[in-house]
Ligand binder design. Sequence first.
Ligand code: GDP
Ligand code: GDP
Length: 437
Amino acid sequence: MKPVIALVGRPNVGKSTLFNRLTKTRDAIVADFPGLTRDRHYGNARLGKREFIVIDTGGFEPDAGSGIFKEMAKQTQQAVAESDVVIFVLDARGGLSAQDHDIANYLRRLNKPTLLVANKAEGMKEGSQLVEFYELGLGEVLPVSAAHGQGVRSMIEAALDKLVWPDELETPEPEESVIKLAVAGRPNVGKSTLINAWLGEERLVAFDMPGTTRDAISVPFERNGQKFELIDTAGLRRKGRVFEAIEKFSVVKTLQAIENAHVVLLLLDATEGVTDQDAHIAGFALESGRAVVLAINKWDAIDSYQRETLQRSIESRLGFLKFAPLHMISAKKRQGIAPLWTSIAKAYASAMVKMPTPLLTRLLQESIVLQAPKRGGMYRPKMRYAHQGGMNPPVIVIHGNSLDNVDNAYKRFLEGRFRKAFDLVGTPLRIEFKTSA
Ligand code: GDP
Ligand code: GDP
C-alpha cells in the first residue's frame, strides 16, 4: 500500500508550494466534498522507486475563542489520521506563532511519526534561526525551500525513513487469480447499495481468506468459480455472516484501494451527472494504470431526456476513459448489476494479458505496411520489433531507430491495432518507444 504523507501547518507557510513541487502535477485530486472549508489536495509523488500519496491539508484555521480542535475541519483531522507520516511545515522567516504551538500540541497527542520542516529557508545561514523551533518539542527541524527546491529531497527521505515499507514486512502472497476489485465513487453514488445487492445474491459466496491486508477490511468472495477480493472503499463492517456498509467516505482509502486493485469499478450518480470529483477519481485510476469499468447508477431515477444529456457529458468529460466498458444500472432495483461481472472479469483478463514477442512483432509489421509512420525531423522512424514490457497495465515496448518523433496520432493508431488483436477491454494500454543507438 502506498504510504500517505500529510502536509500540515498554518496558512501561508508554503504547504501548497511544497505539494506542487512533490507531485509535479497540475491536476491533483481536489476534495470538494460538502462541508470542506478549504480545498484539500491529494496527489501522487515518487522519490526514486518509492511512491507515496501527498495530502495538502489546506491548513488549520483557528478562530479566536473557540479553540483549534473545534475549528479544525473534520476532514483535515481525518486526513491527518489516515496519513502515515505528518510533515509539519513552519515558516523559517516568520518564526513561531501561537498557532504553531497549538498544532504541535495536537500532533504530539496523535503519536504519529512527525517531521518538522522550516520553509522559506533559502539564503539563511545553516541552523541560524531554526533554534527556536526546537521549543515545540517535536525533535529536529529541517530547513527547506519549497519555492527553490532546496532540502526537499532530504526532507522526503527523512519522512519516508520513518516508515516501515510494505516490502520490508512479511506480506502473505495473495492467492492465484483472485481478482481484486475496488468499488470507487463519491459519497452517495450508491456503492454500499450495490455491494449489498451483490452480497445478497445467492451466487455470491463469502469465504475466509487468511492474512488479508493489515488495516483495510477486504471482503473475499467467490462467484461462478472465480474468486474476488472486494477492497474496502465504502467502509464495510462484518456483522456475523453479513457485511454491513457503514457511512464513512475516505479519499485516502479510495486512492489506496485504486492502487491495490486489479479492476476499479467506478460508480457515478445519474442524478448528479459527471462531477469534477468523478473526473478526478477517474483520472487517478488512469494515472495508476488500473483497469476501469464505469457504471452509471440510479439510471432508474432520470428520464430519457436526462439520459441523453448524461451520455453526451460522459463522452466529453470522461473521454479519456474510452477503453472502459460503460454500464447503466440501478443498484436499488437490482437492474443491470449482474452483467458488471462479465465486464470486470474481462477487464481483469485484459489487464493481465500475455502478449508473445513474435505475435507483437508481426502485428507491428502488419500495421506499418498498412500505414507507415510519418517522417519527423531528419529521419523516418524505423520500428523493428515489439515486446511486452509489463502487465496491469499492459505495456508494449517498441524498438527501433529515430522513434523520438513518432507522433501521437500514430501511437493511437498502433494502440487501436494492438487492442483489437488482443481483444483488450477495460484496461489502459501503454506504448513505449526505445530507440537503439
Ligand atoms: P500554504 O497556505 O501553506 O499552502 O502556502 P503557499 O504554498 O500558498 O505559500 C504562501 C506564500 O509563501 C506564497 O506567496 C509562496 O510564494 C511563498 N513561499 C512558499 N514557499 C516559499 C519558499 O520556499 N521561500 C519563500 N521565500 N517563499 C515561499
Ligand atoms: P454510497 O455512499 O456510495 O455507499 O451510497 P449509498 O449506497 O449509501 O446510496 C446513497 C443513496 O442513494 C441511498 O439513499 C440509496 O438508497 C440511493 N440509491 C442507491 N442506488 C440507487 C439507485 O439505483 N437508484 C436510486 N433511485 N437510488 C439509489
